[in-house]
Design a protein around this ligand. Structure first.
Ligand code: IZC
Ligand code: ZN
Length: 416
């Protein structure tokens, strides 16, 4: 077979294992190939190995692009499985208010927070939303992120929710980062339905969800299940309808308060339960008996100055932890997955081996893509990153430093 792209002489972090997602203790066993090579043909990885000599069936010719990694680290393309990529406006004023001691939920209850982003997103045109999204995806790609989940939720009306998802569709077609769409119409109560929460839930069930499905604009449905936002009962109704319509499910669970979002994720067979800062022991136990991936977002705890999610408890309970940025204009204005990796080590006591599984294969699994993305294995899509360091252990260690040298998406060198 002819090889189009060969990366040789790297420390190859495959993140490959026998079974996905990678659970608990197994997350320690990171596969590392010293002096490794990765061979690609078209969009696919067609071979991975160690040493100088390739198997005879892999054919190198003059047209093969050869990258000598010269001892640098080669990893799977990173996967960010929880972002609010598309929004109008920014919320730097509340960032500084919080820095002076104001509380996220108090700002929200006073009409700021998500409501402020909703006003700005409604006012933005489709082209403006796509333009700002495009810029943010460039940031992410430059840091080695090749797959990103994107939520709606700053419209809270039919037109703007569809506009946000339409912006994702436009970006999916024109740039290399793979985008996964999630409908998050249940992100806050819109001003129009003040005092009529059941009216808004009915509107989501009867009008918006069917339209999103009909237009094929989202793969997942998510709900912000939180005190003062959507109760567990309201969330369950939305998820039930979403499931009937054929959507897969994710949830903002137990972020500020222990509400039972983790238990709901287990009960409803969700793909992921995200945040979990305040998850109970019963919630962890329920997740352990389910297929939901717990997605931890330590940059949000960092920005909100809240206690971090109990990652060690979850790992000890055998859960397949993943990590994400939660990039959004309010609680987490960072798109830096590298920073998230460092915070996971520093404040959640995760090891670098666990962290690499969490931002590759487990993140891909939470998006239903572990058969195709998230590890370096023959037959998988050639999404690869080369970092300018000589061991993967230096990647979370250089806190906040972007060490990415080269990004390859579906067999194409995108950067530099
Ligand atoms: O805009 O503040 N928590 N949703 C749930 C957010 C934070 C995003 C925001
Ligand atoms: Zn979120």
């Amino acid at each position: 077979m002819h090889i189009d792209l060969l990366i040789k002489n790297g420390q190859v972090i495959t993140a490959a294992q026998a079974e996905y997602p990678v659970r608990g203790k197994k997350m320690q066993d990171l596969e590392v190939i010293e002096q490794g090579w990765v061979a690609c043909a078209g969009k696919q990885i067609v071979g991975v190995g160690a040493g100088e000599v390739l198997p005879p069936d892999l054919e190198i010719t003059e047209s093969t692009q050869v990258i000598d990694a010269a001892g640098q680290v080669v990893t799977p393309g990173l996967v960010d499985p929880h972002t609010h990529l598309i929004f109008g406006g920014t919320r730097e004023d509340e960032f500084y208010l919080r820095a002076q001691g104001a509380d996220y939920m108090e700002i929200m209850e006073a009409g700021g927070g998500i409501a402020s982003s909703v006003r700005a997103t409604r006012a933005a045109s489709l082209a403006e939303l796509a333009a700002s999204g495009r810029k943010r995806l460039k940031w992410m790609l430059s840091m080695g992120v090749t797959t990103v989940e994107c939520k709606s939720g700053y419209g809270l009306d039919l037109e703007t929710e569809l506009k946000q998802l339409e912006a994702v569709r436009i970006l999916r077609q024109e740039q290399p980062v793979e985008l996964v769409s999630t409908f998050l119409g249940a992100h806050a109560w819109p001003a129009e339905y003040q005092g009529d929460q059941e009216g808004y839930v009915d509107f989501l069930l009867n009008t918006v969800l069917p339209r999103v499905k009909e237009a094929d604009l989202a793969e997942y449905v998510d709900v912000f299940t939180e005190k003062g936002v959507f109760s567990v009962e309201q969330s369950r109704r939305i998820f039930q309808k979403a499931k009937e319509l054929g959507f897969k499910l994710r949830i903002h669970a137990d972020e500020m308060n222990t509400l039972g979002g983790a238990e709901l994720a287990a009960e409803m067979g969700m793909a992921s339960a995200d945040h979990l800062l305040m998850v109970s022991d019963q919630g962890i136990e329920a997740l352990g008996e389910s297929d939901a991936v717990p997605i931890l977002l330590p940059a949000t705890a960092f920005v909100l100055r809240k206690p971090y999610a109990p990652a060690r408890k979850m790992l000890d309970a055998g859960l397949p932890v993943a990590l994400a940025t939660d990039f959004n204009p309010g609680s987490c204005p960072t798109a830096n997955l590298g920073l998230v990796m460092s915070l996971a080590c520093l404040y959640m006591a995760m090891t670098p081996e666990e962290v690499f599984h969490a931002v590759t294969i487990n993140a891909a699994h939470s998006l239903g893509r572990s058969d195709r993305l998230g590890s370096i294995e023959t037959g998988k899509q050639a999404d690869l990153v080369i970092f300018d360091v000589d061991t993967y252990k230096k990647i979370p260690y250089f806190v906040g430093v972007n060490l990415v040298e080269t990004v390859i998406k579906a067999g194409q060198v995108i950067q530099p």
